[in-house]
Design a protein around this ligand. Sequence first.
Ligand SMILES: Cc1cc2nc3c(=O)[nH]c(=O)nc-3n(C[C@H](O)[C@H](O)[C@H](O)COP(=O)(O)O)c2cc1C
Length: 360
Amino acid sequence: MLQDPLTLRSGVVLPNRVALAAMTNGQSQADGLLGDDELNWLESRAIGGYGLIATCAAYVARDGKAWDGELGVDRDECLPGLTRLATVIRKHGSVGMVQLFHGGVRATQRLSGEPVWSASMWQEDTKDFETPRVATEADILRTIESFAAAAERCEKAGFQGVELHGAHGYLITQFLSPVTNTRTDDWGGDNAGRARFAREIMRAVKKRTSTKFSVGIRLSLEHGGHAKGLDLDESLQVASWLAEDGADFIHASLWRAENMTRKRPTEHPIPLVRAALPKDVALIVAGNIWTYEDAQLAMERGADVVALARPAIPNPEWPKLAKPGFKPNTLPKTPAELAAVGISPTFLGYLRSFKNVVAE
Ligand SMILES: Cc1cc2nc3c(=O)[nH]c(=O)nc-3n(C[C@H](O)[C@H](O)[C@H](O)COP(=O)(O)O)c2cc1C
């Protein structure tokens, strides 16, 4: 049942099975310190009953910063803001987790002041693409340490966990994919070599945080969008390895949770991920889950928690209202309607880059 609590491996108890999925919103300050609009947005969804609140993707190191107004977790100066945010989320009974992020080639020199780097060098014929420099061993080790230090900071601030952003073609995916990782050293090659970066981050973060702190990872499973070249079976193996390394949860980012896998159109991805994981590792699933029935179906297929991103925008209280036959508010909405559900002008600006969200 959606309303049932869930105890994670760490002992952290989610009050229900509905999460707010990470959503970048540009509402932090130019230097990465927490902005009030960011706090108000997340607080409003904690009040609305979302049991798990993931923050926007937050950069663990300046050279991984990808967006204007992105939240930073890269230095101790961020602690007071992070503490305010963690305290507010907890006050309303939700479990707060920071999404730890490094953009790799999707970061930008405009914001970081440094040339972008990635697992390997490759070219892409897209607007704003910055050709990456190839990661040195020192870059890799420094970044693993940045993830660990950021997680430690989040725990200090009072968050109950972190979600590593291993999906959607950012740095961790850039290492996982054979298309963007053509290295011939121990950080590339076969699936085990390509997964090493993600696994070392998982292990370092687990080691640096207490056993009561939850650490999970968000993964894309198959080729799509910026997540280039991912293979379903390799991703299932990666999920299983990360569980071995101590992950409390795996978050499968599906975009359309109703769809069968691309590789084997007769098989649905949710039971496959579930089968790849030990029973005590929670499976979170996101993508186009709007109705109570959508959520139930995902859970019947094996999800422990459903995560909502766009549906959470016009439905601040979705978790409180969801029941059979519940008709959620839909998108697009006008700027005035979005303002009425807590979308600031800055967030509105970012939402305009998504189709079918803002009605002009
Ligand atoms: C405005 C916006 C910002 C997003 N930012 C992030 C992000 O920071 N990290 C992430 O993992 N996914 C991000 N996503 C993807 C969502 O978390 C989610 O996986 C995707 O939108 C599909 O779920 P939905 O159909 O519930 O929106 C973003 C999506 C939207 C619409």
